[in-house]
Ligand binder design. Structure first.
Ligand SMILES: Cc1ncc(COP(=O)(O)O)c(C=O)c1O
Length: 374
């Protein structure tokens, strides 16, 4: 799909600098730098969504009594723009992020946005800020849409005013160690989400509630926490901000089903579609933590990996549970994780055939000049 397929609702565009600071380091980290522009629009019960604009990036003016600070009505998304070999940019399954943004909003009692305007805003913002998309391997421009409740009141009820904004951040690989295995602590004492709760919405409270356990795990030498289901504390849910899969006998991939407590990941969905093309079988099944730890020790589980936009795929090299650690694939990236990583990033960066029509090209003026100069 190309940008021209997106209907173009009106967005006011204010002038802003096109300069990318020379001081931007090679090591970008994750979400430390932000581009010159942002998209904003406002909602009020009387006017609905209005005043869509791309404006210079800058601080928000929020009343200290704004509802977000008290009842926490807020949702967000995360997707990326990738530099293609021809210099243009790719967005990847961004319609799925827009749908999930609205599902999260509705779950949190917030108004849905117009998806075609949201998608147009992303494409336009990315096109204007294309100079910020890094060229380095594994780097990209992270796109962060947010919706926040703005009404000035301490009453606990759905807000009558909201702000929807989108910011962009040039990012390097999520894990400083690159495509290297991560150590994961299985949380026994704390849970993240329960079916019927807000676990399948991308809302900050889910993340805030996970930080205490995650910091505890970090202090013990793990990078992430694996969450178990909140009722029996026995079935695998997900890991940090990523879904998880286990590989049996080097060919069969199993991931937990969308039970209502985990985020329906777009990377997860893409892997479930791509894996059979690469000769792997896939299943969405409940995964008993005791059984899977036993299978790792027996050697029938040959790999485990996490899936998410930020890290794409990260092999899991070590799982710690109740004071005991098991090592997976000798704490090295395995062939299945590597093959899926190469295939998915190949499509995202426009190096491999996009047979499912997942990418949307954002044409940049500079690359058009480059192409026509050839
Ligand atoms: C809790 C959680 N699980 C899973 C994912 C992976 O989702 P996706 O692949 O759409 O990035 C994310 C990231 O958005 C997340 O925050």
């Amino acid at each position: 799909m190309t940008q021209s397929n997106i209907a173009a609702p009106a967005i006011r565009i204010e002038s802003a600098s096109n300069v990318v600071p020379q001081s931007l380091p090679k090591d970008l980290g994750f979400g430390r730098y932000f581009t010159n522009r942002m998209f904003t629009q406002r909602y009020s019960a009387d006017l609905g969504w209005h005043d869509a604009a791309i404006i210079p990036y800058g601080p928000l003016r929020l009343d200290p009594a704004a509802q977000v600070f008290h009842s926490g009505q807020m949702v967000f998304e995360g997707t990326k723009a990738y530099r293609r070999p021809d210099g243009n940019l790719n967005l990847f399954r961004v319609e799925r992020n827009a749908e999930r943004f609205n599902r999260s909003a509705v779950r949190m009692g917030m108004p849905a946005v117009d998806e075609s305007l949201h998608l147009h805003a992303i494409a336009e913002l990315v096109r204007l800020e294309h100079r910020w998309v890094p060229d380095q391997a594994g780097a990209s421009l992270y796109i962060r849409p947010v919706m926040v409740s703005m009404e000035r009141t301490l009453e606990v009820r759905a807000s009558l005013e909201y702000l929807h904004y989108i910011i962009l951040s040039p990012v390097g690989p999520y894990f400083a160690t690159g495509f290297q295995p991560v150590s994961v602590h299985v949380s026994d004492a704390y849970v993240r989400a329960v079916r019927g709760g807000t676990g399948e919405a991308k809302t900050p409270g889910n993340y805030a509630g996970s930080l205490y356990a995650t910091e505890g795990a970090r202090a013990q030498g793990y990078q992430q926490v694996l969450w178990l289901d909140a009722v029996e504390r026995r079935f695998v849910d997900e890991v940090g901000a990523m879904n998880i899969a286990f590989v049996y006998e080097g060919k069969h991939i199993v991931t937990p089903p969308l039970s209502g407590s985990i985020l329906p990941g777009i990377t997860r969905d893409s892997i479930l579609r791509l894996a059979p093309d690469l000769g792997y079988s896939v299943a969405e099944d409940r995964i008993d933590i005791h059984a899977v730890l036993r299978d790792i020790e027996k050697g029938t589980v040959t790999e485990a990996f996490t899936m998410g936009t930020a890290a794409v795929i990260a092999p899991v090299g070590r799982l710690g549970y109740r004071g005991k650690d098991v090592v997976i694939h000798g704490f090295e990236a395995g062939p299945v994780a590597r093959a899926l990583y190469e295939e998915l990033t190949g499509i995202q960066y426009g190096r491999r055939l996009d047979r499912y029509g997942w990418t949307r090209v954002v044409h940049t003026a500079e690359s058009r000049e480059q192409v026509s100069a050839k």
